[in-house]
Design a protein around this ligand. Sequence first.
Ligand code: NCD
Length: 298
Amino acid sequence: MRHIIESQQFNRALIEKLFALADQLGNGHGTELRGKIMASLFYEPSTRTRFSFESAMMRLGGNVLTTENAKEFSSAAKGETLEDTIKTVNNYADVIVLRHNEEGASKRAAAVSEIPVINAGDGPGQHPTQALLDLYTIAKELGRVDDVRIAFVGDLLHSRTVRSLAYLLGKFTGVHMTLVSPNELRIKDDIKAYLKRHHVSFEETEDLTGAMKTANVVYQNRIQKERFEGTKIFDLVKSFVIDRKLADSMKKGAVILNPLPRVGELLPEVDDSPHAAYFKQMGYGVAIRKALLAHVLS
Ligand code: NCD
């Protein structure tokens, strides 16, 4: 059974296979998954992830069952456990795409599921399918995934997309990570231990200006304000905004990625910069999710 739970489960060969499949499937319409049903079970807000999964399934000829506010509109509101909900959905679908507010929710779901579970974000845990589309974007835009100098910028403590991409990039060679965040929002120790084990060089800094000048990829994510209790968020983030001047200081060919949504950390004046790749990035989501669905259902 092929669950997709965390970035660590992928190896280079599988990533390359999925990228080749994404290239082949693209954004067009086909019949590869005709007769199959995908259930999207979302306990947290989403625009891109849910729609791109559903669009991917439909473009493969499959069907979709969806609840976009599972906390209120599924039996969770009556007090049903996640495990019981998953066992229920097992009767109606061939694959479950799950977004949940609790870290580890996808692992719990997979433990009781007889159909594949795909983690579409588990609280501050991971978001592995986003990491795959981020890496696919890097491959497309830079023409390589090795020897990349990447600056992660923002709320590195709570960002599941940063965590999943850091785990994924650890599988490649010659990667250097500059971890740019306020002191209070530094990346967690599990990632640092993993990077050390995989001999990935990294440094932690508050110097965004310096990092922008040297990176091939700047990966920014908004402050995850839903994961905070009572911290003065505004004070933490005001010096981590990417504006046009910072974008213009980047190396030729370097790109800015952001999983979106953005909420003030990335100014619209950057959108027509040659370095802005975040709208293209979301477009790659369909091809990658088509490849993942085809993979888990094959
Ligand atoms: C991200 C998420 O949900 O973690 N969004 C997404 O899936 N594209 C990033 C975020 O919400 O900041």
